[in-house]
Design a protein. Structure first.
Length: 350
């Protein structure tokens, strides 16, 4: 009998997300690798004992693993990843699997609870709405103050975007995003400095706004243009970028919450800095070792997600325990990829 193919997909996704080889999972589950391979491809159905052993090794709920839903469509076909060209295939494959594993949990979670965000993420067609214009429209729709974006994470989460901060396999991957039904999810590399994390959030927001439809020629460039206008609106920042010097960059970085290199690129993109001036600026950056590590990032206000923490507190307040959470998300609370953080006990004054 051929089993539900999404069960095999889920086994493979969970294994890769946890950084396990097929051989390692077979050993952990006490199975032979051959049958496990056939389980993953959907060519063979595991009996209850084998399924339970696999679920235990993956720290998952066996029933959820058997069901496989809501993996009803090809995984991550519409996912967007911000990564550097030198990223190893194994690293981005694992990161994609992590996003898909979170996708599985988010789908189950929001089947079980209702969440009505204060704001919404519009869907715009980049063929008719240029990226920068899209960024301005989102800022207008969200009624954001003119100028720098303070507490970007709060704006993102107020729009119902699930943000997960996690150490990804390599610092060369900044983040990934995907629509999961009506719920947008963004996975961001925790190791990034705050200015880069903020850029990644704005970049992934650009993907969610602009790229939920048909494929476009250069989605990464469009997402970058969206992020630049969203974080540094042209009408406000342009005067500050004229006659830009290296000494002006750090104060501007503190004001706008973006990297100094992003400021240089913005000046160049707005045609207030020539190509030669940009090249000279980057040479000075390299001489100071700033191309790899800029000063001033550590003094920026940190950006941390709170939405899933609030959801976890709400479920705990309703009397749900770890077993209930496992039933809802399909993943054991001890699993390092459990989407709901364990609520920390709140201290009470005596």
């Amino acid at each position: 009998m051929i089993m539900n193919s999404t069960t095999g997909e889920l086994i493979r996704v969970a294994r890769r997300a946890l950084g396990m080889t097929q051989e390692q999972l077979a050993v952990a589950a006490g199975l032979k690798q051959g049958p496990l391979s056939r389980y993953e491809t959907g060519a063979r159905e595991p009996d209850e004992a084998a399924l339970g052993a696999i679920a235990t090794a993956l720290q998952m709920n066996a029933k959820a693993l058997r069901d496989g839903s809501p993996f009803r469509a090809p995984l991550a076909v519409d996912a967007h990843m911000r990564r550097r060209a030198t990223t190893r295939v194994t690293d981005w494959t694992r990161s994609e699997s992590e996003l898909n594993f979170y996708r599985f949990q988010v789908s189950r979670l929001f089947d079980a609870i209702d969440m009505t965000p204060t704001l919404s993420v519009p869907s715009l067609d980049p063929m008719t709405t240029p990226a920068a214009e899209g960024a301005r429209l989102v800022r207008q729709q969200w009624k954001m103050p003119i100028g720098p974006v303070d507490q970007l994470m709060r704006w993102i989460e107020a729009a119902g975007i699930i943000v997960i901060l996690k150490e990804l396999p390599t610092p060369r991957i900044d983040g990934l995003s995907q629509w999961i039904g009506k719920v947008p999810v963004c996975l961001v590399n925790r190791s990034a400095p705050t200015d880069r994390l903020r850029w990644t959030l704005a970049h992934e927001l650009g993907h969610l706004v602009l790229h939920s439809g048909e494929a476009v020629t250069d989605p990464e460039q469009e997402a970058n243009e969206f992020a630049a206008e969203f974080l540094m609106p042209e009408t406000v920042i342009r005067p500050s970028l004229r006659n830009l010097t290296i000494d002006k960059l750090l104060p501007l970085k503190q004001q706008w919450g973006v990297s100094m290199q992003a400021l240089i690129q913005r000046a160049f993109g707005l045609h207030v800095m020539t190509s030669e001036e940009r090249t000279r600026m980057y040479k000075r950056f390299s001489a100071r070792g700033w191309r790899k590590r800029e000063p001033g990032s550590e003094s920026l206000a940190p950006e941390s997600p709170e939405l899933l923490i609030r959801v976890a507190h709400g479920l705990t307040a309703r009397g749900l325990d770890d077993t209930d959470i496992e039933q809802i998300t399909g993943v054991a609370c001890g699993n390092p990829l459990q989407i709901l953080p364990r609520p920390q006990p709140r201290l009470r004054a005596l």
